[in-house]
Design a binder for this molecule. Structure first.
Ligand code: ATP
Ligand code: MG
Length: 356
């Protein structure tokens, strides 16, 4: 599977753009604020129906315009697919595959597997659990359609429960309605926990092996799922936490508070790792994502590297570029020095300047 071309109109800072991609390594280079990330974002959107950086679709429309359009031409198993995404100011976005509208964004599932890698991802170990949960969710949502819908239902129930909790102090009669949301939270939540446990068990040997190579065989990374609550106790604990949750106006128990533990020689790398250790772990996680996606989807994903090479030393750059040599990759960067210096093979190079 690979992307042959994209067409953008009134998308971010692009009035109109047509661009073809090679199946190998593609480079988008240019100064800051020219539109490199915008192109990567439009590709990510074509695969996942959402932007990696905003939940507000309207921001994607070129300033002063009414609607934006992204068309992505994909080649997969010797068949051609055309994905159209239509973003409108007033209405929700429209999606069509080969001209046939799809009802839900999740119907896009299965067509494109995409991994987005930005410098912020190098902080997933150092930063808080939010980023680590996002890593798990972004990956699982692309390999498991049921997970994607469970996650969305869980989040809806969680939002409803949280707003109810905030209102209960003034309206105690609302307390009984909590049962409804608790029931939903427990049923979707238990499935999320079970799926995450499985996913992380599969991820562990892959991350460990990559990390071993990246650290020159010296360090042994241990990865573990750190669930906020075990699925068997979720229902009871949620019930027990009710008074506290009402006082705090938020749900304090559940998989929305899960984490991923990373340690080397019994030292918790999230808190005590050196900067280099934390980044090597983060890079291992991202690279493992490629292998996981390939194993689960039966084909290699497309990799979008947003300005991430300049953040890595040449050892890690080499490792990264070697591990992706048979994957369609689109790389944004501000200069080509690294490619020239290290003689990395590149198939197509575009200079991006002011939305052109
Ligand atoms: P950097 O190297 O700094 O990451 P970049 O080339 O990746 O830069 P982008 O993030 O793609 O830059 O953004 C390019 C420009 O697009 C920015 O100047 C931004 O203000 C502009 N932009 C963002 N959203 C819109 C929009 N909805 N309409 C018009 N322009 C926009
Ligand atoms: Mg950018």
């Amino acid at each position: 599977m690979y992307i042959q071309s994209i067409e953008l109109s009134n998308y971010r800072n692009y009035r109109s753009l047509e661009m073809e991609f090679d199946r190998g390594t593609n480079i988008l280079f240019g100064d800051n604020a020219q539109g490199k990330t915008n192109i990567l974002e439009s590709i990510y959107l074509s695969g996942t129906s959402r932007s990696h950086r905003t939940a507000r679709d309207r921001e994607l429309i070129r300033f002063g315009q009414e609607e934006a359009h992204i068309r992505t031409n994909v080649r997969k198993n010797d068949l051609s697919y055309c994905i159209d995404i239509h973003i409108r100011q007033a209405k929700s976005k429209g999606i069509a595959i080969n001209g046939v509208p799809v009802k839900k964004a999740s119907d896009l599932f299965g067509l494109l597997g995409i991994i987005f890698f930005s410098p912020e991802d190098l902080n997933i170990v150092k930063n808080g659990p939010v980023e680590r949960r996002h890593f798990i969710n972004a990956e699982l949502s692309q390999i498991d359609r049921i997970y994607l819908s469970d996650l969305s239902n869980y989040n809806k129930a969680l939002n409803q429960r949280n707003s109810l909790l905030k209102g209960i102090l003034d309206h105690p009669e609302l307390r009984e309605t909590l049962d409804v949301w608790d029931g939903q939270l427990v049923s979707y939540g238990k499935r999320l926990i079970a799926r995450r446990r499985e996913f992380i068990a599969d991820l562990i040997p892959i991350v460990r092996e990559i990390h071993r190579k990246l650290s020159g065989g010296i360090e042994d990374l241990l990865l573990a799922y750190e669930p906020n609550i075990d699925d068997t106790f979720f229902e009871d604990e949620l019930f027990r936490a009710r008074d506290r949750d009402m006082r705090m106006g938020t749900t304090t128990v559940g998989p929305h508070r899960d984490d991923l533990k990373l340690s080397i020689a019994s030292v918790d790398i999230r808190r005590f790792g050196s900067q280099g250790q934390q980044r090597t772990c983060a890079l291992s996680l991202k690279l493992a994502e490629i292998q996981m996606m390939e194993a689960k989807r039966g084909e290699k994903p497309i990799l979008l590297l947003d300005d991430v090479l300049s953040e890595l030393d040449s050892n890690r750059q080499n490792y990264l570029l070697e591990s992706i040599n048979d994957i369609q990759t689109i790389i944004s960067c501000t200069g080509l020095d690294e490619f020239v210096k290290n003689k990395f093979s590149v198939h197509r190079v575009y200079e991006i300047s002011n939305g052109q």
